[in-house]
Design a protein around this ligand. Structure first.
Ligand SMILES: Nc1ncnc2c1ncn2[C@@H]1O[C@H](COP(=O)(O)OP(=O)(O)OP(=O)(O)O)[C@@H](O)[C@H]1O
Ligand SMILES: [Mg+2]
Length: 264
């Protein structure tokens, strides 16, 4: 059963209601109810294959929507094209490499502002103020940067578009522990700038220390929603992953609301 241990967020920046999304003929995630408040940092955690990336891709219009709604500041966006959603202020940093390796750091950043060419110089100054480490490497080819630097560049490129919401899919993946610590410091800096963020992470404990609230995805459903603090200290997440997975294996319709079965 889905459990909720968090107070509802009033007037969210992003809200998914009863969302079902996936590929081809069938949804991978269903009955997803999730909110990100203004200036809130929200984590999505869950085992491999739970549908976390699929959900983020549904928000940016990449995966097929089978039912439900997605609103950005109360405006329905489900069914819009990816470029339209980007224009509405959604920045997305995909899982894995998010940079063009043959281009320089400067060119990668400039591409991020392609929808606002006149503002490129101003955006560049603002982004480099937030991520000053990139300013020393502007003429370097992105392909020769370290994994951590590339992650940072991917975030920088998304920031060039002046997003009002950031979606990050496993920003720490493939990074050495020391670099991960630096990444969390960057995310803290971004949080201080007030931009709401929805972050998918495998490093559950780390991300819950940064986030305000969290959602646990298992087999395409939200099985638990709580404040990050509650998820960190009052919940055995390994147990939740395992138990919800085991229930799903017996009966895929048990976890989550039965409503999800009617969405097709
Ligand atoms: N393009 C696609 N076409 C068909 N099925 C897909 C596609 N992408 C992902 N899937 C399937 O959707 C399911 C969920 O995948 P998804 O990438 O959303 O999981 P995840 O929670 O992000 O996992 P991980 O933690 O490993 O990144 C998987 O079973 C996967 O095989
Ligand atoms: Mg994923």
């Amino acid at each position: 059963m889905r459990r909720t241990l968090a107070e509802p967020v009033s007037s969210p920046h992003l809200e998914a209601r009863a969302l079902a999304a996936g590929y081809g003929q069938s949804p991978i995630v269903a009955d997803i109810n999730l909110r990100v408040g203004e200036a809130e940092v929200v984590a999505i955690v869950g085992p491999n294959g739970a549908g976390k990336s699929t959900f983020l891709k549904a928000i940016i219009g990449v995966t097929k929507i089978f039912g439900g709604s997605i609103t950005l500041q109360q405006r329905e966006v489900a069914g819009l094209r990816t470029d339209e959603i980007a224009r509405l202020g959604v920045g997305y940093i995909p899982q894995g490499d998010a940079v063009f390796p043959s281009l320089t750091v400067r060119e990668n950043l400039e591409l991020g502002a392609y929808q606002r060419p006149k503002e490129t110089a101003v955006r560049m100054t603002e982004v480099l103020e937030l991520l000053p480490e990139l300013s020393e490497k502007l003429s370097r080819r992105a392909g020769v940067m370290s994994g951590g630097e590339r992650t940072m560049l991917g975030i920088g490129r998304a920031l060039m578009a002046k997003p009002t919401l950031l979606l990050l899919d496993e920003p720490s993946s493939g990074l050495a522990p020391r670099v991960v610590t630096t990444l969390w410091a960057y995310l803290d800096r971004l949080r201080a700038s007030g931009i709401p963020m929805l972050i998918v992470e495998q490093r559950t404990k780390d991300i819950l220390e940064i986030a305000d609230r969290g959602y646990v995805f298992v087999n395409g459903r939200v099985v638990l929603e709580a404040t990050a603090n509650q998820l960190l200290h009052n919940v055995d997440l390994a147990e939740v992953f395992l138990q919800a997975g085991a229930r799903d294996a017996q009966d895929p319709l048990v976890v989550g609301s039965p409503k999800s079965t009617s969405i097709s």
